[in-house]
Design a protein around this ligand. Sequence first.
Ligand SMILES: Cc1ncc(COP(=O)(O)O)c(C=O)c1O
Length: 351
Amino acid sequence: MSLTRPDLDALPSYVPGRSVPGAIKLASNEVPYGPLPGVVEAIAEAAAGSHRYPDMGVVALREKLAARLGVDPQRVSTGCGSVALAEHLVRATTLGPQDEVLYSWRSFEAYPIITAAGGATSVRVPNRPDHSHDLAAMAAALTPRTRLVFVCNPNNPTGTVVRRAELDAFLDAVPPTTLVVLDEAYREFVTDADVPDGLAAYGDEPNVVVLRTLSKAWGMAGLRIGYAVASPAVSDAIRKVVTPFSASGVAQAAGLAALDQEAEMRRRAVLVVAERERVQAALQKLLPEVPDTQANFVWLPLRERSFDFAAACERMGLIVRPFPEGVRVTIGTPEENDQFLAAAEAALNSP
Ligand SMILES: Cc1ncc(COP(=O)(O)O)c(C=O)c1O
């Protein structure tokens, strides 16, 4: 007899992008330019008061996010990264194995883990051959038991997007009693005008939640602040299941400082996008199946060669992220990207 739930034995563990001393890390979709100006100073100041509990309501940060987004602060909740909010949403919508969480696959690897850990049932719809969400098949997979749907846009790890017309049609097919999470962790890197800003396009739908994060474009992956914009009722439910005090005082202060640096964040995102276009074009010459990406990473659909490719990159000093279907590589600095492209060419051309 086990002390813990026996079903956890079957649950895969989250595999983080590895950090290897001395190697270039292109494995976790961070932006390579360091914290935004003012963030380190804000952390130092907040640290001086860190013998006190932080503001549990995260009021100042939620108000600043809300003002930036043009929504009522009541509709904004924060989490210890957006991954925690995704987990809270599973907890807030499902009661047990009879309740289904629907998502495309392969997508963000936390979805199956948080669904299973929450005791609900995953329903995975395979990506299309072009590696993008198959929203028509996802609509067909909706059942009266579907409580929650994740639409990852752009999709991690494939970088593919869903565009306005297909998302409109999908949301029309979703009953009002099913919650749809538009996971937009990489929204700041989107340049395709046909890819809707989930908040602007669907934010007023009572059954839509938009999930974003300060981890990626805002350079705060190590500080752990994500946010959700939802209806007041859903926001209240999220806040009921949030672990109390999980947004540390240091993280809240960092978030407030980072949000003052929107112009610099956008300048860096433009650099990332320019490099993304360059890396994508070079890779597509080496491997034509590489899909177009709208995120800060590229996807190499190498299937059974994925782990060998990642190992070859590692021998050349680059850490990338292999999955059974392909390899995800984060856009780094121009020099890092040059090194990756050289390594990729060598690895793809070796027998
Ligand atoms: C699609 C997607 N959503 C959410 C997250 C979670 O990010 P964080 O918890 O750092 O906000 C990630 C991180 O990789 C992601 O790729």
